[in-house]
Design a protein around this ligand. Sequence first.
Ligand SMILES: O=C[C@H](O)[C@@H](O)CC(=O)C(=O)O
Ligand SMILES: [Zn+2]
Length: 276
Amino acid sequence: MEIRQACSPKEAKRFNTDELRGNFLFERLFQEGVIQMTYSHIDRTVVGGAVPLAEPLPLVSNKQIGSPGFLDRREIGIFNIGGDATITAGDEDFDLTRTDCLYLPKGGAEVTFASADAGNPARLYFVSTPAHQRTKAKKITAKDANRIDLGTQPDANIRVLRQYIHPDVCQSCQLVMGMTMIEDGSVWNTMPCHSHDRRSEVYLYFDMAQGTRVVHLMGEPDETRHLFVDNEQAVISPGWSIHSGVGTGRYGFIWSMAGDNQDFDDMDFVAMGDLR
Ligand SMILES: O=C[C@H](O)[C@@H](O)CC(=O)C(=O)O
Ligand SMILES: [Zn+2]
């Protein structure tokens, strides 16, 4: 598991491209037959991907997690963006097709990830954050999620946002997660943009054709930077950073947030004239 320190906006604004990517971009989350994880000290968020083949993959703890079981003191949200999956948590099995999500609370027993067909493996994206309160495990489908239609055609930002792990749909300790799909012909997400110092956020961009890139915008509003993001790569956004993007083609993204509140609408919008 890779460890990443949190960094301040003071140092981030001096970063060159490689440093920016090395600190904020998760480039290789999905590798066949393994669980890939990075531990970020931004809200102690673990960001990972798993591609189980014929053998199921156990989610095991380690020195950085520091407790015998991965979920002893953590919660996790898992989205399937590949072939059919079965996730076993203790003695319960959850079947997840593409765009289904599973929330597992703190204190869960052994977790394993399996694909129904190794020829078309599951691609499981997960975010885990510390938890002090145990709620209930829940599978959430796109239909179960809270749907919000956003954007207009003149603004080229028509999109459907679905809140999966959200107080109205699935109780968690601090984790909030969902998926936003951009309508064909629209390109922007979250522009006009915002920040929320109360919560950090992770974006996983997916559903992109080969050659498509999302230009992800980050940084303080008056010190913006960009990252060219490929399919199935994620970006972490500290509380001080804006997070927004524009695609050269079709894309969607899975967002997750953790921090001081679960109030989705608690955003500090940035006036267009203040962006630099
Ligand atoms: O704080 C909220 C997050 O930035 C995202 O959920 C925004 C988003 O999915 C969208 O505008 O499409
Ligand atoms: Zn946000």
